[in-house]
Design a protein around this ligand. Structure first.
Ligand code: 5GP
Ligand code: ZN
Length: 119
């Protein structure tokens, strides 16, 4: 149904191939693609293919899958050449956290010194 297959969710639509994205990793249950408005030279979003609204919901329902997001992010950091100098992993959650897409996504940011925290 419309609700069950989340056709109204932007990132579910990217998973389904209905909206194009520049994919950098694709496993059984994880997809990673470049952010459309990169905030750093490397800016990749790592998502579960299944829909969860935020990191807390994902970790409560499937902590191993939450771990795989972090693992894939580390592999991409290496392939992007940012692992040695370092990078930032970030889950924005809710309104005060600046979350705009309510399908959980792990931001991987790197390729430049990011400072103590993003503004
Ligand atoms: P949030 O603020 O929810 O943590 O991050 C959402 C991110 O999704 C933003 O960095 C934004 O640039 C990115 N984004 C929004 N729409 C699209 C899209 O259609 N394609 C891609 N690749 N990224 C998107
Ligand atoms: Zn979704």
């Amino acid at each position: 149904s419309y609700d069950e297959d989340m056709t109204d969710c932007l990132f579910c639509r990217i998973v389904e191939g209905e909206i194009p994205a520049t994919v950098v990793a694709d496993t059984d249950d994880v997809l990673a693609f470049r952010d459309i408005t990169p905030k750093a030279p490397t800016h990749v979003l790592v998502i579960p293919k299944a829909h969860y609204a935020n990191a807390a919901e994902l970790a409560a329902a499937d902590p191993a899958l939450a771990g795989r997001l972090i693992d894939v992010a580390g592999t991409i950091a290496t392939s992007e050449g940012v692992a040695e100098d370092g990078y930032r992993l970030m889950f924005n959650t809710g309104r005060h956290g600046g979350q705009e897409v309510f399908h959980v996504h792990l931001h991987l940011l790197g390729g430049t010194p990011l400072g103590p925290m993003l503004a």
